[in-house]
Design a protein around this ligand. Sequence first.
Ligand SMILES: Nc1ncnc2c1ncn2[C@@H]1O[C@H](COP(=O)(O)OP(=O)(O)O)[C@@H](O)[C@H]1O
Ligand SMILES: [Mg+2]
Length: 388
Amino acid sequence: MSGPVPVPAAPTLPALVGLLQQKRLVVCLGTGGVGKTTSAALLALAAARLGRRAVVLTIDPARRLADALGVGALDSTPRAVPQDRLWAGSTGSLHALMLDPGETFDRMVGKLVSDPAKRERLLKHTVYQHLSRGLAGVHEYMALEKLHDLAHDERFDVVVLDTPPSKNALDFLEAPGRAASFFNEKIARFFIPREGKKRLADLLFNKAQDAALSLVGKVVGDQFLADMTDFMRTFQGLFSAFEQRGLFAESFLRGPEAAYVVVTAPDALRIEEALEFAQRLRDFKLTACAFIVNRVRVRPTGVIPTSEQAHDALRTAGIPDDKRAVLAERMAATLQDRAYLSDRDARAIAALRKRVGAVEVLLGPELSDSPHSPEALARVSSGLLGIP
Ligand SMILES: Nc1ncnc2c1ncn2[C@@H]1O[C@H](COP(=O)(O)OP(=O)(O)O)[C@@H](O)[C@H]1O
Ligand SMILES: [Mg+2]
């Protein structure tokens, strides 16, 4: 494992830079559309710039983000970001991948079930197909499974984790705590009809007598029951592995090597939501180490002109009379709008700073176009982190 490479000590660099140099896990939380996935990519690029061997696990990345990273379409295998897509001076490396819960589940089964015939049977089983593709919570659980893989992958020193939008992200945090009982309870609840669910679950998990099973079969349908018991028999061997992974994820997510960053946008509603995330983290006895306020509108430099002043400026610039009136009007209106919006953002940010006290609040500038090139990502980062 390569150690962090020192970056020139500058008192102005945010503490988050230090965390990117030290931590083994950086989790980005926040509601949808605020730039969480972009921020995760950006923090991972920054980590690579700082000498770390980083991997970013994204959820729903924009196609053009994958293009910007030069990895083609992102899938669930870590792809190396080519050196020329990393920021100048990068001494580390970056891999990127996207979470695919179904595929992750298949791989896990592939690793854990050594008998090929048994493995094939399990993967093709209709019950398994339903479970791995449709059961609520599988998404979160498989994110933990992937985290387990990445954390044990010799190629990486730090994992940057994007999370699903909104409250799902908090399920993700809840998942490790539930992991030990996740499969036993959830599978049972999912497959077992409402009537007499408890009893049927007990019967299935306790390898009930044939007689009892055939009685139950009358209620739920013989085929369903045959599928279910067959499935459970093959699947049961995996439970201890699930449990072990859940416990690993729990200690990793709650341990000193993890840092949590809340991503938000500079408006009152989004900021309230970000504060809720921070509160939920506290409920889990975790702390947000930084807030990233993304898409902050920057105030136009200089004096904001009235339309008369714009008119005069255009005359001086030699713009013909017939074009000047409309142009002056538009120019003044655009600059006034931008000034108004940037002032509003500034007030929202000031309010956030007041409420979070000592927690770092970092600002990512709004670009006129989506940051879908390495240069554009670097521009957001240089505003945000002071690097590269
Ligand atoms: N600083 C920025 N300036 C302009 N556009 C941005 C900025 N950050 C993100 N975007 C764009 O906003 C959209 C949502 O960003 P994304 O990172 O996918 O958000 P989330 O993961 O929170 O849903 C994307 O199209 C992205 O390119
Ligand atoms: Mg996203």
